[in-house]
Design a protein around this ligand. Structure first.
Ligand code: GLN
Length: 279
């Protein structure tokens, strides 16, 4: 009960109980919420367990928990998400970066093999793919495009926070209308691929970032074609997919003229990415 909360450990117990039916790991989340509201690390909670909690902070915690119970994702409430060891600002204009997408960036880094490249990220959202790639790749530079103007300002803010603004630019555009004289060494993309019928309960994350149409494949044919045209000879395209679309994506890569096509699993061993090389 809220009225029984005196000290930090009571606050954690209260949040945990309130979130039981709403979170996969209610007690971990409870610790994170209390630490976030108090502006301390989760670790320092252990040594401050008996510290008294102020009325104001308790009200903030109660409000946070209420929003979680209403289904707002945890990371929108804290306003940030870690990806590739870097911190990204997030809000409801962008998809929350998913840990499985780190495999795409790792694959790109492996292919780059220490060379500085010119990259394009299609559907950049928070900018996490482009910015983490560029951060870990010497003096690589890149462009991130997204159909959502609001997402572009989040990506730009992330670039500033990571001190990468001088190496990237972001453009609000539909990829089908994006043309560039300059060709790219590598194109990366995590486009929307969730089937529309699986999104009827979506309330917080942007539909435009997830909705892949009836079969989840609506954008892929155009995207694969566009990527092929925007790549330099010798360039690579790596795209995230729904695992049930791996064969279809493979075929489209092949039809378009990509070579050395590879289906890459994520850490849960799902066929999550397809990569191809332009001769
Ligand atoms: N993997 C994401 C999810 O499960 C989907 C990302 C996307 O559509 N690109 O929600």
């Amino acid at each position: 009960m809220k009225n029984d909360v005196q000290c930090l450990s009571d606050a954690v117990a209260y949040c945990g109980a309130e979130l039981k039916r709403f979170s996969d790991s209610p007690f971990l989340e409870a610790q994170l919420i209390v630490a976030f509201v108090l502006g301390i690390s989760k670790e320092s909670l252990y040594i401050s367990n008996d510290e008294k909690i102020s009325e104001d902070k308790l009200e903030e915690i109660v409000a946070f928990v209420e929003k979680r119970r209403n289904g707002t994702p945890f990371y929108y409430l804290v306003g940030k998400r870690e990806f590739m060891g870097l911190e990204f600002k997030v809000n409801e204009s962008v998809l929350i970066p998913r840990p499985e997408t780190e495999t795409l960036v790792e694959k790109a880094i492996e292919i780059a093999d220490g060379r500085s490249l010119t990259v394009l990220d299609v559907g950049t959202g928070s900018g996490c793919i482009l910015l983490s790639f560029v951060k870990y790749n010497g003096s690589s530079v890149g462009t991130g495009i997204d159909i959502s103007e609001k997402s572009i300002s989040v990506a730009e803010e992330n670039a500033r926070n990571l001190a990468l603004s001088n190496r990237v630019k972001f453009i609000a555009t539909d990829f089908r209308n994006f043309f560039s004289k300059l060709k790219f060494d590598m194109i990366l993309s995590n486009p929307p691929y969730v089937k529309t019928r699986n999104l009827i309960h979506l309330k917080h994350e942007p539909l435009v970032a997830l909705d892949g149409g009836i079969d989840g494949f609506e954008l892929y044919v155009d995207l694969i074609r566009k990527a092929f045209r925007l790549l330099k000879n010798g360039g690579y395209f790596i795209v995230e997919i729904d695992d049930c679309l791996s064969a279809k994506t493979f075929d489209s890569f092949k039809k378009e003229g990509f070579l050395d096509i590879e289906i890459i699993p994520d850490l849960a061993d799902k066929k999550r990415f397809v990569a191809g090389w332009k001769k």
